[in-house]
Write a protein that binds this ligand. Structure first.
Ligand code: ASN
Length: 300
């Protein structure tokens, strides 16, 4: 079997498993949008190296290429769709240096989900069920592919360890992720990061955030990022101000948020990164049939 056929089968299996899992847990699947006047600003986040947002001009309107569906997810929740997920193509024009991380792509697909009135713990148990389930089902259904790729997928169990980012920095230094990921035998949660305006700052403890990353073990690094969301208008506006983002850039979102948004929590995880972890691929680009690695020319 050719390696690329093994990666394609693993990708297909992962997509089917994830979609079934979310359907089975009462989620409504929405269609993605790829062009919009508003998109995720992706910052401030020490993890982001996006050099510019992709844009096109169409009939006099400037439209951004989707960097994530976060703002649309919140708008969908606000419109009464309580549990939703979207398989969403994202374009993030990362710095070419990011090729060396092994886990960055400038075009990838994210499974983005959002749950009305949910808290961090709801997302933790949902995701732990998904990760344990997809690993087990990949071992059972894709044994020839795993063996072709020389991958022995280790076993682990929920609940996953939880650490605050401050604890991780104290133990591994500012660039904690590679070392912490290598040292762990199980996926784990990294909690509380100062990042995009839409992630909720704990009102009882300013400077701590009700957000999280899920990190794969064995050095595979970040799997998911997400959080509880800011939903009160004043807080949203002060966070947009804090990040010095142009208000005009988010005007339809701000307009909708005037009466307050529906509180929610959610997250998004890259399908290619999940397949890379399951298959043990050296680089996330290896799992793509049409490779999209920052700093590499696009062949087809
Ligand atoms: N999808 C992520 C979330 O729900 C955001 C992101 O991809 N930057 O928080």
């Amino acid at each position: 079997m050719e390696k690329r056929k093994a990666y394609a089968k693993l990708t297909s299996h992962t997509l089917a498993f994830c979609a079934n899992y979310f359907h089975g847990n009462g989620f409504t699947q929405l269609m993605p949008v790829m062009l919009s006047p508003i998109t995720d600003p992706l910052g401030p986040d020490p993890g982001s190296s996006v050099i510019k947002t992709g844009e096109i001009e169409y009939l006099g309107q400037r439209l951004s290429l989707t960097q994530s569906m976060i703002l649309h997810k919140q708008i969908a929740v606000q419109s009464g769709i309580d549990r939703l997920f979207i398989l969403s193509p994202n374009v993030r024009l990362e710095h070419p240096k990011r090729r060396e991380s092994g886990r960055h792509l400038f075009e990838f697909s994210q499974l983005d989900f959002e749950i009305a009135h949910a808290k961090m713990d709801d997302v933790f148990s949902l995701m732990e069920g998904l990760i344990c389930g997809v690993a087990e089902s990949t071992r059972a259904d894709c044994a020839p592919e795993l063996s072709r790729l020389g991958r022995a997928l280790p076993r682990f169990a929920a609940p996953f360890p939880r650490h605050t980012t401050a604890e991780l920095i104290a133990r591994y230094g500012l660039d904690w992720e590679p070392a912490a990921s290598k040292e762990h035998k199980s996926p784990f949660w990294a909690i509380s990061h100062k990042r995009e305006f839409y992630d909720r700052e704990d009102p009882e403890s300013p400077g701590t955030y009700r957000n999280y990353d899920l990190i794969y073990p064995e050095g595979f690094g970040e799997a998911l990022s997400g959080g509880e969301r800011e939903w009160e208008f004043d807080r949203i506006m002060s966070r947009i101000g804090r990040d010095r983002l142009g208000k005009a850039q988010f005007s339809p979102y701000i307009e909708l948020a005037k009466g307050g948004l529906t509180p929610s929590a959610g997250g998004g995880f890259g399908i290619e990164r999940m397949v890379r972890y399951l298959s043990g691929a050296p680089h996330v680009g290896d799992v793509q049939l049409f490779r999209r690695v920052p700093g590499e020319p696009v062949v087809v």
